[in-house]
Design a protein around this ligand. Structure first.
Ligand SMILES: [Fe+2]
Ligand SMILES: [Fe+2]
Length: 162
């Protein structure tokens, strides 16, 4: 796993003011969608690195940063948490596709990250499976107000900026 490539791909997206808007939206009690997305990227990258997986670094990083790009405040929504859970992956994909040229892996990561809640949105790539796992792990920690336990080495600079 080329961490430099991974960091650079995430960093490039994080420079975008629209991506940074995700900071406005609270997420999982103790976080916001931007901090959560970076957390997910750090965890997914760590799993890939520890397991010595051959992954597409750039796509893994970009899929993680954009997976919750749905751009609304869940605390102000009129529909249920379940409805949000089932619809936001599709919405994030729509929003991200409008602004970025996404690869098939990136699209699959965003669309399937809520699997198995969205039972038919099957993950088709290992990068998608990584985000399925990392997203749930991070969500649990955030709901429980636990700080990230990842060594956010290559993400550190971005965390500082937020
Ligand atoms: Fe999500
Ligand atoms: Fe998420």
């Amino acid at each position: 796993m080329n961490k430099q490539l991974y960091y650079e791909a995430a960093d490039e997206l994080l420079q975008n003011p629209n991506v940074r808007r995700m900071k406005e939206f609270p997420h999982h009690n103790s976080s916001n969608t931007l901090a959560h997305s970076i957390h997910v990227a750090a965890v997914a990258g760590k799993i890939a690195s520890k397991m010595n997986l051959r992954v597409h670094e750039k796509e893994l990083a970009r899929g993680c940063i954009l997976h919750d790009y749905y751009l609304y405040n869940t605390q102000e929504m009129e529909y249920s948490a379940y409805r949000h859970g089932t619809r936001h992956a599709g919405l994030a994909l729509k929003n991200a596709s409008r602004e970025y040229e996404l690869t098939e892996i990136e699209k699959d990561m965003i669309y399937s990250h809520m699997w198995p809640l969205n039972l038919t949105h099957l993950p088709h790539y290992k990068e998608s499976l990584l985000i399925v796992i990392a997203d749930k792990y991070c969500a649990v920690r955030e709901f429980m107000h636990m700080a990230p336990d990842v060594n956010i080495d290559f993400m550190e600079e971005n965390f500082k900026k937020i």
